[in-house]
Design a protein around this ligand. Sequence first.
Ligand code: 5RP
Length: 261
Amino acid sequence: MTDKLSPSDWSKYVAARRATALVQDGMRIGLGTGSTAAWFVRVLGDRIRDENLRVKCVPTSTRTRELAAKVGIATISLDEARWLDLTIDGADEFDPELNLIKGGGGALLQEKIVATASDEMVVITDATKEAVTLGAFPLPCEVIPFGWRTTQALIEETLISMEVMGRSSALRMSGETPFVTDEGNFIIDLHLNRIGNARQLAMVLNQMPGVVENGLFVDICDLVIIGNPDGRVELRDIKEGTITEEQISVGDEVNIFSDLN
Ligand code: 5RP
């Protein structure tokens, strides 16, 4: 099975492997959503089984809750956990300050709530998500279905006075119908190309009626772990101001890949 993994999957997998080393017995952990976060869930499931770890996990989507159950991770709600020690998630883009665009998988609302409720948020990724300035990836904006066209028009008008290089937007679709989030909302993807002031934009968007949350994660992420197909990982720690490199040994993967078949 392992020989069928793409270089991108190997990168995500080694980043996830490094991230599980941050998990300690007794921790409350937020589980992100997306293909990279899914690797973390699989690897964590393996560790929990092998080491009999007693961790409490809060998923950020129905998808992640279902995968966690599949790999034997018991989950609880955020209300039960109240506060978390650590959240591990993927991202669509990260910049040198470790600000993020998230929500490509449509789970940005729960992801932001869970990450904000964590002592530490760690992003696992491959090198393709790195950006000098955020904005090449369309910024997801979760909106209430009621009057979404009006909300979209209001967003586009507001973008005129923002530091962005584009302001077209599109309702995210799932086939012929609008994509619906776990909270029953819609997502409008904003094609901004370049976001000059992410902090300002995040605040302005969230002040609009109809907007529930946007995918800009500013000052939330503490550490980014960038995986490479050859097992190298780079750790960028924003608080420590450090960049370190490590090598993850691969080759003992047996259980982790079983659910991929
Ligand atoms: C889901 C997200 C994901 O973390 C983001 O889209 C990255 O996904 P992937 O790991 O599949 O590239 O924000 O809402």
